[in-house]
Write a protein that binds this ligand. Sequence first.
Ligand code: NAX
Ligand code: ADP
Length: 310
Amino acid sequence: MAVFLNSFLPDSDADSKLQLVDEGLDKLGTEADSSPYKLINQADIATILKPRRAFSHKGTYGHALLIAGDIKTMGAALLCASGCLYGGAGLTTLSVPESGLTALNSVLPEVMYLERKQLVKIKSLKKYNAIAIGPGLGKHLEVIGIIEELVTLKVPVVADADALNILSKRADLLFHLAKNSIFTPHLKEFDTLFGKHKNWWERLQTARTMAKKLGAVIVLKNQFTFIVDQEGDVLINPTGNPAMAQGGMGDVLTGLIAAYVAQGYSAKAAALLGCYFHGKAGDELAVDHHNITASSLAAQLPLSVKRFLR
Ligand SMILES: NC(=O)C1=CN([C@@H]2O[C@H](COP(=O)(O)OP(=O)(O)OC[C@H]3O[C@@H](n4cnc5c(N)ncnc54)[C@H](O)[C@@H]3O)[C@@H](O)[C@H]2O)[C@@H](O)CC1
Ligand SMILES: Nc1ncnc2c1ncn2[C@@H]1O[C@H](COP(=O)(O)OP(=O)(O)O)[C@@H](O)[C@H]1O
């Protein structure tokens, strides 16, 4: 049965009602007449996901650096780190203001700490396999300086929340960020970054144009999250549910996507795996929970991936 794009949008417009959505990613780029809109299925994820290998060790699964949190939003940083930790990165380092160190050591003892001031020492950043920046970060001068350094370094990043808000005011940085970066805006962050939109159809067209222009993956979050790849194809995530509509959920997703980048997946594969398992963990928890906290979702991730592999 034909599925049309409007089924995945919260609002209504004339164009999306006529736009077919293909099931599965296998036709991607192979047929000129295939739709740019694809619904991700279980088989797509099974093709991408690699099992953990015999004789592997923490070095096998990469080292992620997360730059997040401010004095009053340390929780966002901890949630982001839990997404990365439970997402299976070999090592996770969190850069928060020093006032967050006790909370970090108490709540997530597996996660390492990097003093914010150390961040500007450029060479120290080269050793990380993935860098995510944004949750609860604030927009003060120090963090703008960090984003400037990351742009100079040309390392791809996972950019969320305040990192996106900063980039929205600095086109010079936005257009010079390394290719294969991943942007994870919700509706409001997306419109702050790329301008106001009348409806979701228009928002998707902008996402397709900007993903191509920036050479980036744009993860436009919603009930059905749209993963827009560097070719402008729109991959629709089928997992997730309204029990997940609670603060901090996006912070966990940012850390989770960074975990997959650290493990060596491409930007597009990391976004696909991250969104799929984030939603799947939410779906499994929603069987017995009316609503789901972000920290409980993070803890569910390894169970959900294991169940999927079985
Ligand atoms: N414990 C913590 O420290 C937490 C910190 N957080 C961080 O705090 C910062 C600010 O978060 P705020 O919630 O104030 O600001 P946001 O910019 O995230 O959201 C502002 C408002 O935008 C609207 N909005 C968001 N998504 C939408 C959607 N899909 N459709 C329609 N409207 C939507 C909502 O009305 C929301 O209240 C972020 O950096 C975030 O990462 C939050 O993640 C919550 C937890
Ligand atoms: N109704 C819903 N159905 C499915 N997923 C949802 C729903 N509400 C929220 N989510 C998911 O939760 C996350 C919310 O992200 P975001 O708005 O950035 O939250 P925060 O800033 O509080 O961390 C996104 O991944 C989104 O897809």
